[in-house]
Design a binder for this molecule. Structure first.
Ligand code: BTN
Length: 231
């Protein structure tokens, strides 16, 4: 399973996609110390201009993968953080890993020619975030008060990603529902509506019970609602 290391790159997503186009096998990983144009979901910038974070992308050749792959990656990152740092995290559907209600890792899955590229950004040793991020982002350093070795997370995330992504879809969904407080019974806002989460559908999309019935959230994300709790 190949591992390509870069000191600095534009985005490991681009590097991994280029390797996939050349036929790189399942599990091939690119990791960078810094990215000059790290990307998040919906083309958002992923802050990666210092060396405090772990930035990696893996080539995954999984012909039957669907939306549940992002959920499997969340399980892998959650378990790696638990094993290596001893810190319990929450998973916010579909792609956020939360520590003390703030984002400690993000996941991005992109389809390319014949392969999927799984990108993971984990905030390891950042001592501070830009003012616009400080309310919503945290790092393992900030939550534990001590530095962590990014290499240990890299090794476990790679192994656990291969493990969780190989599970059946029902098994991934079952484990995600157990691992995430957002999957069921949480008052959220999503896709312009407010309601209480009601589990996942068989594809891995989020079900939300609203005043007008059960809605399926297929895109975007969710955030806790400031509402009263109805319905
Ligand atoms: C998100 O939460 O929006 C997803 C963030 C994914 C960031 C990672 S960092 C490694 C890889 N390279 C990128 O440019 N993005 C992903």
């Amino acid at each position: 399973m190949g591992l390509i290391r870069k000191t600095i790159t534009e985005s490991t997503m681009l590097d991994a996609a280029a390797l996939a186009a050349e036929g790189a096998p399942h599990g091939t990983t690119v990791v960078a110390q810094r990215q000059t144009a790290g990307v998040g979901r919906f083309g958002r910038k992923w802050s990666s201009d210092d060396e405090g974070g772990l930035y990696l992308s893996m080539v995954l050749r999984l012909p039957n993968a669907g939306p549940s792959l992002t959920l499997a990656l969340g399980l892998a990152v959650q378990e790696a953080i638990n094993e290596v740092a001893g810190q319990a995290t929450d998973l916010r559907w579909p792609n956020d890993v939360l520590l003390n209600e703030k984002k400690v890792a993000g996941i991005l899955v992109q389809a390319t020619d014949g392969a999927l590229i799984a990108g993971i950004g984990l905030n390891v040793n950042q001592k501070a975030f830009a003012p616009e991020l400080s309310e919503i982002a945290t790092s393992l350093y900030l939550s534990s008060g001590r530095p962590h070795d990014p290499e240990r997370f890299l090794a476990r995330i790679r192994t656990l990603t291969l493990h969780y992504s190989a599970l059946s879809r029902p098994e991934i969904l079952r484990r995600f529902e157990q691992a995430s407080t957002y999957a069921r019974g949480k008052l959220v806002e999503a896709d312009g509506l407010s309601g209480i989460t009601n589990g996942l559908d068989p594809n891995g999309f989020l079900l939300v019970r609203t005043e007008t019935g059960i809605r399926t959230i297929t895109a975007g994300g969710v955030r806790p609602s400031s509402g009263t709790g109805s319905p």
